[in-house]
Design a protein around this ligand. Structure first.
Ligand SMILES: Cc1cc2nc3c(=O)[nH]c(=O)nc-3n(C[C@H](O)[C@H](O)[C@H](O)COP(=O)(O)OP(=O)(O)OC[C@H]3O[C@@H](n4cnc5c(N)ncnc54)[C@H](O)[C@@H]3O)c2cc1C
Length: 387
């Protein structure tokens, strides 16, 4: 592993920075929250621009519309992307960060040929249908049932917390295909078309007044067998591939944005720099962001060498979640009484309040901190399994 950037990486950095310097101001800020159709158009429109500029799917194989670049250039890209203030990938997150990579690793050629270019061009939006009311941390307890009828599976059950399912075209869906097998052995990973009878999506309102998540009710929804990823009842293995992308490489982009969030907070603290306690706190947070970024570099380069994200992704996810909450809390403390009465997303104060409210989910989404600790204990440190 060599974490120094080469001359080719630095040349790529200039290319990315040059493009972002012009494209970000020209594209303009995201629309105000609330209207998800407008948001979808904004996010997918930006994805299309990235694609047309050759900046989508940097590490995906060229035959599927990617650029096949080395991991170091993906990292350079993320650094420049965060520094430029470019829009968050948002609605394209699942497709880009883990559905697409799962298809690259586990899908059939037909699935790859159909879905991957559409994801990269911003023509299709994906969501994740893993969690259920009785299956979150214990995901393998899922009960959504799929019964094979000829060349199709007929799916009935309920999913919950599916992020942005109300604007999604496709869903990475986990179903139970063998109810008599031990729970990890009767699961299958399917690609569900969200636009069909038998799929009902109900958005849920969260503390920030937004509807990021949805319940998804499935009542006789149909999935062609050709939309199965991996073998029938081998879905738990495929799920772990998806989760490793979700907890590992997908978080790289999030981690680098902590750097810019901390910079914004330092700017806010401008007049308070004579407070040594505050300087020490900011210094420590900054050092932890940098350490986490180095660990990210290690994970991403390991993923390149092995073709799969490293199990260290759990440690990354845990570190990012807890650090993100501490940074957001510092922002709130500095705002003090000014935090009361901010609304929307259009002022710096409102953004910091929003960051704080949003930060509560860090330690839950993509597996809670307790679950990451279990995984670190068992899979990285080799400790005995907890009861
Ligand atoms: C922002 C956000 C986005 C999400 N997006 C999606 C999505 O798009 N698709 C999707 O399918 N899901 C999504 N989820 C759901 C997420 O994966 C689950 O919320 C998460 O896995 C936890 O499950 P749960 O909410 O059922 O909590 P539970 O599993 O009920 O856990 C409750 C508490 O018990 C603890 N606990 C449970 N089991 C153990 C154990 N074995 N050891 C120690 N402690 C334990 C947990 O850590 C937690 O503190 C999202 C969640 C959030 C917050």
């Amino acid at each position: 592993m060599d974490l120094r950037y080469s001359e080719a990486d630095e040349a790529f950095r200039r290319e990315v920075r040059g493009w972002l310097d012009e494209a970000v101001p020209a594209y303009g800020p995201p629309p105000p929250p609330g209207d998800w159709d407008v948001r979808r158009a904004y996010d997918t429109g930006w994805q299309r621009r990235l694609h047309d500029a050759g900046l989508a799917g940097l590490q995906w194989p060229a035959e599927f519309g990617g650029r096949g670049l080395p991991a170091s250039q993906q990292l350079v890209y993320l650094e420049e992307y965060a520094a430029s203030g470019a829009p968050y990938v948002g609605i394209n997150f699942v497709g880009n960060a883990h559905a697409g990579p799962t298809l690259i690793a586990e899908g059939t050629d037909e699935q790859r040929r159909f879905h991957l270019p559409r994801i990269l061009r911003g023509e299709s939006v994906w969501c994740q249908g893993f969690s259920e009311p009785g299956a979150g941390s214990d995901l393998a307890a899922l009960r959504t049932r799929a019964v094979r009828e000829g060349d199709e599976y007929v799916v009935t059950g309920q999913k919950i917390w599916s992020t942005r399912a109300h604007v999604a075209d496709w869903c990475e869906l986990l179903v139970r295909t063998d109810p008599d097998a031990p729970k990890h052995k009767g699961i299958t990973w399917l690609i569900l078309d969200m636009h069909q009878p038998g799929v009902e999506v109900r958005p849920m309102k969260t503390i920030d007044g937004e509807s990021h998540f949805c319940e998804v009710f499935l009542d006789g929804a149909r999935v062609p067998v050709t939309n199965r990823v991996g073998e029938e009842n081998d879905g738990w293995r495929v799920t772990n591939v998806t989760l490793r992308f979700e907890r590992g490489t997908a978080f790289a982009g999030h981690i680098i944005t902590l750097r810019s969030q901390l910079r914004r907070i330092v700017a806010l603290a401008g007049e308070a720099v004579d407070r040594p306690d505050l300087c020490r706190r900011v210094g420590r947070l900054d050092a932890r962001v940098e350490a986490l970024w180095r660990m990210t570099q290690r994970c991403v380069t390991e993923a390149e060498a092995t073709g799969l994200p490293s199990p260290l992704g759990s440690a990354l996810k845990l570190g990012y979640s807890e650090l993100g909450q501490e940074i957001a809390r510092l922002g709130m403390e500095l705002l003090g009484r000014r935090a009361i009465g901010t609304d929307g997303n259009d002022t710096e104060d409102a953004r910091l309040v929003h960051d704080y409210l949003w930060s509560f989910q860090y330690t839950i989404a993509a597996g809670t901190s307790q679950i990451q600790r279990n995984l670190i204990g068992e899979r990285i440190l080799g400790l005995p399994k907890g009861r």
